[in-house]
Design a protein around this ligand. Sequence first.
Ligand SMILES: C[S@@+](CC[C@H](N)C(=O)[O-])C[C@H]1O[C@@H](n2cnc3c(N)ncnc32)[C@H](O)[C@@H]1O
Length: 315
Amino acid sequence: MSADELQRIFKTLSDPTRVRLLSLLEREELAVQELMEVLGMAQSRVSRHLAILRDAGLVRDRRDGTYVFYHLELPEVGPWREVWQLVRRGLSKDTTADRDSAALSRALEARADRARSFFDAVGPEWDALRKVFDDDALRAHALARLVPSGLRVADIGTGTGILAIELSRLGLEVIAIDHSARMLEAARTKLAEAGDERIELRQGEASALPLGDAEVDAAFAHMVLHYLPSPGEAVAEMARVVKPGGSVVVVDFVTHEHEWMRQELGVHWLGFETRDVQRWFNDAKLAEFRLATQAGLSADRDLPSTFIASGTLPR
Ligand SMILES: C[S@@+](CC[C@H](N)C(=O)[O-])C[C@H]1O[C@@H](n2cnc3c(N)ncnc32)[C@H](O)[C@@H]1O
């Protein structure tokens, strides 16, 4: 390592705010507003330090509609990875880092709360709104990637249970999960109407699924990830609950600019880059990753493209 390089590293890390930012952005992709809340700092200060970190090649930004999110991305080559590991070890006993971490957990809970309040307010009306998320051909493809009939599937973020009922009709044993009490109530009504008593409803968070390790043969999330505070964490949770050889299937939007969806549908993310989706599956140790995209087809509204991603937990 040259003296110049060392000096640049020490200079970048010489401000504690920058170390705190790096540590937060390593854990989660965050918007400036969220960073301001977690750190208790004004926008100008947060933005100034973010710019320095970005110029140093440590932080990348990603536009999501009108929001910009930042995440840690250390250079592949050079000493930064080693240096950062050293810093991270040092932070393990740091009270400020502990406080930041607790504040970050609260900010992520607030993201989840926003989605929960939206769906608690919407309840059974969801069926009228869900049309933009619905596509028969896409759904048929996604379902075909699930396991053979007779096996047990978790439908995560089940909403009013429409897909759970379809899965159950295909002969699968379904555990339908949602964090919104109101949506589960709507699902209960729909299941009763459909005369389906086999589907089990469970209330719980996608980031802490109410399922034991390896409890199901497949986990399915249809149009749910864009509501989640940490979609990558949810994919890892899905991998935890499937048996070796089991599949994880996710259907969602590819990155788009339909800003109206935030207000009208309460979404948190305007779709995802397919490479991010692949990274989440890789990080969750899911093999045989497959992803297919499909143009958003609708007669009456221009809709974003969708993707179906799947992976298998190695035996
Ligand atoms: C767009 S709806 C999709 C419903 C269903 N999968 C479908 O395609 O009809 C999203 C569902 O995810 C649920 N949801 C959102 N955030 C969640 C979270 N953090 N944990 C569990 N469920 C969540 C919502 O309550 C809602 O029912």
